[in-house]
Design a protein around this ligand. Sequence first.
Ligand code: NAP
Length: 461
Amino acid sequence: MNKNSSNIMALAPNTSNKRETVCIFGTGDFGRALGHKMIQSGYPVVFGSRSTQASSLIPKDAEVLSHAEAAQKAAIIIIAIQRQHYNFLTPLAEVLHGKVLVDISNNLKINQYPESNAEYLAQLVPGAKVVKAFNTVSAWALQSGTLDASRQVFVCGDDMEAKQMVMDIVRALGLTPLDQGSLLAAQEIENYPLKLFPMWKFPILLSLGLSAFFFFYSLARDVIYPYVYENKDFSFFIAISIPNRICPILALILLALVYLPGVLAAIIQLYRGTKYRRFPDWLDKWMLCRKQLGLVALAFASLHVLYTLVIPIRSFVRWRISSRIISQALNNKTEPLNTTNAWLSDSYLALGILGFFLFVLLGITSLPSVSNNVNWREFRFVQSKLGYLTLILCTAHTLVYGGNRFLSPSSYRWYLPNAYMLCLIVPCIVLVVKFVLIFPCLDKPLTRIRQGWERNPQYSE
Ligand code: NAP
C-alpha cells in the first residue's frame, strides 16, 4: 500500500496540468514582461518586491509580496534585478537555500566584471543553485509576442536538475532553450547581447577594403587614363560601370574565400597527418564566418544582376549602338555576324545565369529554417558540391567574359590589367588546389585522417 501510494505521489505532478509557482524578484520592465508571459503560459507567479503596494502595471493575476515571503512560495526564483543591487540577497541566504536562482542580468560593457553576474550571484548565495538564462530575450519581445528574432534562450548552470527545470519553463513559454554547459559559460552568454554582429565583422571589413581597392583601381584605369591620354570624360562611369565591375569581382573573390579555408585545412591536416591538432586561430575564425562571407558574396552578385539589367537603358550604351549603326549606314557597309563572338557572349551569359541560380540556392539553404529541414549529408552536398560548382561556373563566366582580351596589349593601361583579371587569382588557386586534392593519392589519406587515423599519434596535442 505504502509503495503504491508513493508511486502515485511521484506521478502526481506530471499527470496534473498545474504548473509550479514561479517567483520573480523585481517588478521592473523585464520582471513584469516575464511575469505576464508566464501567467499566459499557465504558471502561477509571485513577485518579490521592495514595495508590496498594488500597482496597475503588475499583471493582475500575480501576487506581490516581500522578497522573503515570495521566495518561500516557489522553488524557482528569477532575479529580474541589476547586478549592482544583488547585495540585498545576502540576508536572504537562508530562505534561498536549495532554491533555483535564475540570473537573467546583462551588463553595459563586454567583460565589465572579472566574473560573470551568474557566478557572482552563486558566490553571494552559496546554498542556491544558480542558472543563467533569458538574458538574450528582451522585455519588449516578451511583451509584444514577436519572439522570432530572439527565440533562442542560452541556458547554463552547474546543477543539471535545476537547469532542466529552467529549460522546461523556457519551452513552456514557446522559446527554444540551448544548453551551453556549466556556469563557466555565463560570461560568454552575458557578452553575447553586447556584441555587434560578431560573425559579420570580418566579411564586412574585408568587402569594404576590397571595394575601396577595386574602386580606385577601376577609377585610375577607366576614368583617369582616358582623360589623361585621350582627353575623354568618362567620369559618369562612377555611377554604374565601376560599381558593376566591383560587384561581380567581390562576389567571385568572396565566394572563393568561402572555400579557401577548407582547402588550407585539408593541406594542414595532410601535412600534420592528424585531425587532432587545433588549426591556427586565424583559420578557425575564418572557417566560422564562411556562411557570412557567402551571404555577402551573394549580395554583391545580386547587385551585379540588377546593374546588368539596366545596361540597355543607359544613355551611353544607347549612344554607342546608334552611332555604330549610323557609321555602318554612312559607309554603306554592314558588319557580318561574328559567330565566335555570338558564342562567347551567349556562353558568358549562360554561365552567369546558371552560376547566379546556384548562388541563390546556396544562400537559401544556409537559412536556418531551410537547413534545419535537410539532413547533414544533404546540407554538405549543397554547400560543398553545389558550392564548388557555383565557383566553377562563376569563374568560367569571368574567364569567358575576358575571352581573348587577356593577352591583348590594349587591355593593359599603365601596365595594369583589367580588374576582372585580378579577381580570377583566388578562385583559380582554390579550384586548382581542390582539383589536386581529389586525386586518390591525396584524397584517400585525407579521408582516413578525417575518420580519426593518425600518421604520428605521439605528435598530436
Ligand atoms: P528595471 O526596469 O530597472 O527594474 C529593476 C527592478 O529591480 C526594479 O523595478 C526594482 O524592483 C528592483 N530593484 C531596483 N533597485 C533595487 C535594490 N536596490 N534592491 C532590490 N531591488 C531593486 O530593470 P529591467 O529592465 O527590468 O532589468 C532587470 C534585469 O533584467 C537586469 O539585470 C537586466 O540586465 C535584465 N534584462 C533586461 C532586459 C530588458 O529588456 N529590459 C532584457 C534582458 C535582461 P522592485 O521595485 O519591485 O523592488
